[in-house]
Design a protein around this ligand. Structure first.
Ligand code: SF4
Length: 304
């Protein structure tokens, strides 16, 4: 079964995505820094760009798991011979070590914590081992032995698509047709968040249907795969036409809310910075990478 993932030429209008709307809902000022930093009249763009790319231990473990699985799946496409577990873990750990060596971590930059590489390496090893020992991996392997030629692994770009005519972004990790169905697997290394992640499953389903009108909603099987140090867990749902209709309405509403913060929606130019208020919620601000350019410096912790 052929699945199409379209590519689109660059266009300026705002594109909806779950993460964009989530940040918009959480803090308008962080949203402004993230998406409209070049319009900031006070802070140099280089500074905003630097803060935007700050990572965290938790994020980097997630990236490592994604990249390692990508390599594993491409390997399975070439050969279904047993994977050398030690080398597989070593590969993941070397990716993590490289990130650890080259990236700026929030914990260090803001909180002055000296990070311990070995802790992350142990976490990566445990997660990868759990995955190789999981029923899910067993199933992927059996599918690969049959036919993996139609697999789509980490499609390039930003996952741009159209949902009911709205420009949107839904980046998927792994698509595999099996018999008459299309499975969409999305890797997560963090906590299970049923409401948020169910919305993601809907978005994936809508994106695939938009570009593959020959498929029906019943043929799409989207799953979130949580990889933890003590096991692998799945969140899946059978999306219905009613769910999709509700989801289309949600996208339209959320897109409309964000558009109201644009002075020029076609060019995606934001309103003035003051139109994007600070949330000023300590529980949110303490995890925000823009603390340095946002909060009163007296309230930010000293680095040394
Ligand atoms: S520090 Fe708080 S108020 Fe400022 S941008 Fe971040 S989340 Fe928003």
């Amino acid at each position: 079964m052929n699945i199409t993932i379209q590519t689109y030429p660059f266009s300026k209008p705002l594109g909806w995505s779950i993460s964009r709307y989530e940040l918009f809902s959480r803090c308008k000022r962080a949203y402004y820094f993230s998406y409209y930093g070049k319009y900031d009249p006070d802070i140099p763009m280089d500074k905003i760009r630097f803060l935007k790319q700050i990572t965290s231990l938790h994020l980097e473990i997630g990236h490592t798991i994604h990249h390692t699985f990508e390599t594993l799946l491409r390997r399975l496409q070439r050969s279904c011979a047993p994977v050398d577990t030690a080398r597989f873990i070593q590969h993941g750990q070397s990716l993590y070590t490289e990130a650890f060596r080259t990236k700026t971590f929030m914990e260090e930059y803001y909180d002055g914590i000296t990070l311990d590489l070995s802790h992350g390496l142990g976490t990566i090893a445990d997660m990868l081992t759990q995955f190789l020992e999981s029923d899910l991996y067993e199933w992927i392997l059996s599918v690969a032995k049959n036919d993996s030629s139609q697999w789509i692994i980490e499609p390039g770009g930003y996952g741009e698509t159209r949902i009911q005519g709205y420009k949107a972004y839904c980046k998927m990790d792994f698509l595999l047709p099996v018999d008459n169905s299309v499975f969409i697997l999305d890797w997560k290394s963090g906590k299970k968040q049923v409401e948020k992640h169910s919305k993601q499953l809907l978005a994936y389903t809508a994106a695939i249907l938009a570009e593959n009108p020959h498929l029906s909603v019943e043929q799409i099987v989207p799953k979130i795969i949580y990889v933890h140090t003590d096991g692998v867990e799945t969140l899946s749902t059978q999306v219905t036409k009613t769910d999709l209709m509700d989801f289309y309405t949600t996208v339209e509403q959320e897109h409309g809310e964000m558009i109201r913060y644009c002075r020029d929606p076609q060019e995606n130019v934001p309103r003035e910075k003051d139109a994007f208020p600070l949330c000023n919620l300590p529980n949110i601000c303490k995890y925000c990478q823009f603390r340095e350019i946002c909060l009163d410096t007296a309230s930010t912790p000293l680095l040394f």
